[in-house]
Design a protein around this ligand. Structure first.
Ligand code: SAM
Length: 170
């Protein structure tokens, strides 16, 4: 089962940290790819690649200049398209339908109506407005939990009661 994310409408000045945190959240909870549209941002791509290089993957980040084409291609590849939106139905009611490859769409400031139309499911994580990072994190954690195995990591964090322990793996 492949989990991929499409983050819409990235704006370098306002979304630098938000979009990179969408990527880190996606990776930590089991997704293997982040597509993003809007403004291409090589600094954001680099910051994600650095984490993957240090803590392992697989995880890829890719710029997307045509979201509709991407969604249609993913549908042909048998991905289920899930759009996370405050206006959607409670995601918990639909969990048992999501056993295929999934492309999860998260928005930016404004999400155009065509994304609601093209998605197989428009799902909410509570019907209060919050953020794409929170929605994605809760959705992935609830469905798949934390991912524990990463390939080619250089270091691994060992959880402790106090202090910080980073184990070198290479
Ligand atoms: N006004 C925007 C719209 O047209 O949907 C929402 C902006 S919100 C800051 C950015 C993104 O966070 C949304 O596109 C959605 O993906 C996600 N989001 C925010 N609250 C959510 C919720 N309660 N459930 C699911 N996703 C949510």
């Amino acid at each position: 089962m492949k989990i991929e994310i499409l983050r819409l409408n990235h704006r370098i000045s306002r979304d630098k940290r938000v979009s990179s945190h969408v990527g880190l959240t996606a990776r930590a909870f089991g997704a293997s790819k982040l597509y993003y549209s809007g403004q291409k941002d090589s600094n954001m791509e680099e910051s994600i690649k650095k984490i993957v290089d240090k803590f392992g993957g697989p995880f890829e980040i890719k710029y997307c200049d045509n979201e509709i084409k991407l969604i249609k291609e993913k549908k042909k590849e048998d991905f289920v398209i899930v759009h996370l939106t405050v206006y959607g139905k409670d995601f918990k009611e639909f969990k048992n339908k999501l056993d295929n490859n999934i492309l999860i769409i998260v928005g930016g400031e404004k999400v155009e109506p065509e994304f609601y139309e093209l998605s197989d499911y428009n799902l909410s994580v509570g019907n209060q407005p919050h953020s794409e990072i929170a929605a994605l994190g809760i959705f992935l954690y609830d469905l798949f939990g934390c991912k524990t195995k990463f390939n080619d990591a250089k270091v691994e964090i060992i959880g402790m009661e106090r202090g910080k322990l980073i184990k070198s793996l290479k």
